[in-house]
Design a protein around this ligand. Sequence first.
Ligand SMILES: Nc1ncnc2c1ncn2[C@@H]1O[C@H](COP(=O)(O)OP(=O)(O)O)[C@@H](O)[C@H]1O
Ligand SMILES: [Mg+2]
Length: 215
Amino acid sequence: MRTIAIASRKGGAGKTTVAVHLAAAAEQAGFSAAIVDLDPQASSATWADLRASPRPEVRCCPPNRLSIALAEVGPCDLAVIDTAPHAEGGALAAARAADLVVIPCRPALFDFRSISATVDIAGLAGTPAAVLLNAVPPRGPAADEAEDALAAMGIDVLDTRLVQRQAFVHSLTAGLAACEYEPRSKAAAEIFALREEIARRLQTLQNPETSCRNA
Ligand SMILES: Nc1ncnc2c1ncn2[C@@H]1O[C@H](COP(=O)(O)OP(=O)(O)O)[C@@H](O)[C@H]1O
Ligand SMILES: [Mg+2]
């Protein structure tokens, strides 16, 4: 089982959006996925309530029950941990349990100190971390400027970016992911690219139809 923690001190950065999309996209590629939701707001679990499908399984738990929840949802190919903002303890527990910490960041709300605090938590846990630029404006320099600033500070940034798209909002309110709601949309293509990029980093979970192109 591979485990990804989605963490950011900022509410609204896109943690839940990324968590449910990664889990749903892994399922779509034929892998088994689960989400452990550490946020008391339980947004991932609310999304699961809206779904017709029981997969991916979503389980809520407080951070001190994380290892038990991960054992209970396993064995699965991918476990995604959704975390709460302003919860350093939860982020540390998630980072310790994870193979990779993904830090969603909106260029419009770019806050280097907040990102470096999450990078530090991942470092404390000994887990690699990378920023995912999310809700990027379709045009303009904001995303490139944010990436340059992060790179200058030695912070790893994923190549994939998620653009600000209504499909990411509407799919979630329908209990779907954008790649299920509109599989041929640009939003879906971005999620598939994200899944493949993370799969390359974890050296697993690659879609057999596309992995040969990435080899
Ligand atoms: N790429 C995106 N495009 C459009 N809306 C987005 C995008 N990412 C997140 N959102 C919206 O922003 C809001 C906050 O996102 P959410 O994933 O709940 O953040 P967090 O879990 O970090 O608090 C939600 O309404 C979500 O639909
Ligand atoms: Mg959330």
